[in-house]
Every structure is written in C-alpha cells, then in structure tokens.
Write a protein that binds this ligand. Structure first.
Ligand code: DG2
Length: 248
C-alpha cells in the first residue's frame, strides 16, 4: 500500500480578504504560516516521512511547503515546482471580493463560477495588466498555454499530465510524496483519484493547511482517504470555504 499526502496552502492574504485569487501570487498570512507549521508537527507526530515534494510556482503553496518541511527537518528534500499545479485561473474575477461579487451577481452565479465543472468565469482581456504573458516564471510556455480563465475541467486537463508523467511514477517507485497546492488544483487531483462525478465535485471544498492522506493500492487506486487532525475543526473549515461565496 502507498501513502500520498495532499495539502492546500495555509491561509493567504487574499483568503483572509475573501478575494478571488487564481494565479495572483499572494503570500501567506501569519496564520497561514502557523497552519503550515502545525501541519508539519501533525505529520511528524503521526509518523509521516517523505522522499519528494511537489508544489506550484505560486508562493502561498511554496511557502507552505517550506514551513511544513522545515518543521519536519526535511528542508533538504527534492522539490518539484510545476506551474500545472497552480490554482485554477480565476479569469476576470481575480482580485474581486467574493461576497461583494455575490451581492452584485447573486450567490447562484458565484457558485457557478466557483464550483461548476465546465463553466469558466469571464476571461481576462489579452491586454489586461493581470495577465501572465510577461511573467518570467512562465517564459518556457507557449503563450497559448497561459490561461486567461479556467473552469475546473481545464485545470484537470493540465494537472493530469503531472500526475501521469511524474507523481504516479514517483509513488510507484516507492517514493513517499507530499503535494502542497491549491483548493482547485487539489480538487482536480481528488476528482481524478476518487473518480468523483462532475456533479458531486461541486460540493467538495478543501480546507487550508490540513494534511489529507490517501492510501493507495498497487494500481494507485484509493483504498481510503482521511484528514489528519481534529475532524470538527476540519468540517468547520470546509464549511467556511463553501460559505466564502455568500453575500454578506
Ligand atoms: C482560492 C480558491 O484559491 O477559491 O483562487 O480564490 O486555494 O489558492 O486560495 P487558493 C482562489 P475558491 O475556488 O474556493 O473560491
């Protein structure tokens, strides 16, 4: 049996401000750093150890990984940064407040933008200063690969190759893998791992900074999964994520 640990980054400054973030490269809050360190303590106390870690190229996931690894005395671990583990691109919503957007467009519309499987938010214009065409961390990409918006289906399409080409072979070779990523890039991975339907994925929310353990069989099919830590706190954190799209 293999074990894989997935973790959404700790609270970011835009999680705190309740703003749509996507590919915007915001940092962790102090609470977010503390969550990442607490996750490391929890993993250590629960007997987890890792051989390789994967993360995105966005600092909230990277700094979460650093803090978790530091707490586990594993800062020497090989780390693969992959843009394909980035958060789902939130298009023209990036930077807007989620509750204010719900007040303006209605909670149902915001729910569609946040959680529908195949309906993306409106795209950024090609000349919008928020685009990433001139961002050096994406210089190796064909500009067509740099999104202007994404639905979860688009995110699944870019996350799957990282899984198939790199993460799955690493696990099968016996490496113990930790992934520090984002609410929606992890929902994409979870959808694929658990075979969640397009309808049911709508109700799945990933809390910040909580290690999610997958036990996998020889074919990497999940046997079970569970969050480490206090289950009431985790349920409350998942409900809080769901409620971020409510108008105040
Ligand atoms: C959040 C997820 O991403 O937001 O992009 O706003 O995990 O990087 O903080 P993260 C964002 P929701 O889809 O839950 O609204």
């Amino acid at each position: 049996m293999y074990k894989l640990v997935l973790m959404r980054h700790g609270e970011s400054t835009w999680n705190l401000a309740n703003r749509f973030t996507g590919w915007t490269d915001v940092d962790l809050t102090e609470k977010g750093v503390a969550e990442a360190r607490a996750a490391g303590e929890l993993l250590k106390q629960s007997g987890f150890d890792f051989d390789i870690a994967y993360t995105s190229v966005l600092k909230r996931a990277v700094r979460t990984l650093w803090n978790t690894l530091d707490t586990m005395d594993l800062m020497w671990l090989p780390v693969q940064h992959d843009w394909r583990l980035n958060e789902r691109h939130y298009g023209a919503l990036q930077g807007l407040n989620k509750a204010e957007t719900a007040a303006q467009y209605g909670e149902d519309q915001v729910m569609i933008w946040r959680r529908s499987y195949d309906i993306p938010p409106l795209p950024l214009a090609q000349d919008d200063p928020r685009t990433d065409f001139n961002n050096p961390r994406y210089a190796q990409l064909d500009p067509k690969q740099i999104p202007l918006t994404e639905c979860l289906k688009d995110t699944v399409e870019r996350v799957l190759p990282v899984w198939n080409d790199s993460i799955a072979p690493a696990i099968k070779s016996g490496k113990r893998v930790l992934i520090s990523a984002h609410g929606n890039s992890l929902r994409a991975l979870i959808k694929m791992l658990d075979g969640v339907s397009d309808q049911d994925i709508v109700g799945l929310n990933v809390p910040n900074g909580q290690p999610l353990v997958y036990e996998l069989d020889a074919d990497l099919k999940p046997i079970r999964h569970y969050y480490l830590g206090d289950q009431d706190a985790i349920n409350a954190a998942m409900a809080a994520v769901a409620n971020q799209g409510r108008a105040n």
